[in-house]
Ligand binder design. Structure first.
Ligand code: ATP
Length: 298
């Protein structure tokens, strides 16, 4: 998350994430799945502009910079507004806010655009309103908004997340990682993908330790062989375009390639920013402009 003041407005850039590893450990009695996932935040950002407003006023508007943004929920259901309402209930701020969201992260793509917007709203409004919620209080609010929101709160680019994804252990990212991300066709609903998942068909359990070791040692070839996403087969059954995206990433000689989260976006791990940028141009031509060369921030 990046912050800057522009006159009286606080502007927050909220990054997307990729799942380098997503292992499903089974279904819990509360209906959620137990997960182990390695997430990395990347340089593809939504932007929130938070401007002080008179007491009691909460205005929300949104503009989209991206053709692959499916319909966003109207203001009260939008995760940004839900985050603001949680903060208002918890801290009763003395002034209101006008919030403008510029959407660049494609919706329902496994890039956690809604979750990062919610985290940016929590942290940004806590600063704008000087409500002084502690890190623990913000984490409790984040967990109520969604499983991926906690990851973005601490702005650490790499973490292992367990539980339903809300238990975060930050890790050190030792060098820059370069990716190309492509979003094939339409998005996918996370709920639909989990419904289509057959837990009995999952590969035998492993863990993310070998991947993290390879990343830590800068062995990209090894790391690429350890990429995993247990949701990919179910998502491919729902959106055949995912196979086309993975094939294109393979032709582009990426070290490794995988779908992120519950899809439909996929990424390739690239040798350099130059490699990522040259693939971006090819993939934009093939996938209607929906490709991005990005870096995981160090
Ligand atoms: P998930 O967090 O379910 O894995 P995702 O990363 O695949 O989601 P998101 O872009 O976060 O996809 O959208 C998930 C859903 O959240 C969307 O279908 C949308 O209805 C809802 N949503 C609410 N607020 C937002 C927001 N600010 N940006 C994007 N989606 C939002």
């Amino acid at each position: 998350m990046r912050f800057r003041w522009q006159e009286s407005s606080l502007v927050v850039d909220a990054p997307a994430k990729l799942n380098l590893y997503l292992g499903v450990r089974g279904r819990r009695s509360d209906g959620y799945h137990e997960l182990e996932t390695v997430m990395v935040s990347i340089g593809l950002f939504d932007t929130l502009r938070l401007t002080p407003a008179p007491p009691g006023v909460l205005e929300f508007s949104c503009s989209s910079r991206h053709a692959a943004s499916d319909a966003l929920p109207d203001s009260e259901q939008n995760l940004v507004v839900r985050a603001a309402r949680l903060l208002i209930d918890a801290a009763n701020p003395r002034c209101g806010a006008a919030i403008h969201l510029t959407k660049r992260i494609p919706v329902a793509s496994g890039l956690a655009g809604g979750s990062t917007d919610a985290a940016a709203a929590l942290v940004g409004l806590n600063a704008l309103w000087k409500t002084g919620l502690t890190r623990e209080q913000l984490h409790r609010a984040a967990a109520r908004l969604g499983s991926d929101v906690n990851f973005f709160l601490d702005s650490n680019p790499l973490a292992v997340c367990t539980g339903r994804g809300e238990i975060i252990q930050s890790r050190v990212l030792r060098g820059p990682l370069h990716f190309v991300v492509v979003r094939p066709g339409s998005g996918l609903s996370t709920a639909d993908v989990f419904r289509a998942l057959d837990v009995s068909q999952l590969e035998s359990p492993s863990d993310s330790t070998p991947l993290l070791q390879a990343l830590g040692d800068g062995r990209l070839g090894q790391a690429a062989r350890r990429l995993r996403n247990d949701l990919q087969p179910a998502a491919m059954g729902l959106n055949p375009q995912i196979a086309r995206a993975l094939a294109a990433l393979s032709r582009g000689r990426t070290y490794g390639r995988m779908m992120t989260g519950s899809g439909s976006a996929c990424y390739g791990l690239c040798a350099s920013s130059r490699h990522a940028r040259s693939l971006e141009a090819q993939l934009k031509a093939e996938f209607g402009g929906h490709a991005w060369a990005v870096r995981a921030a160090v």
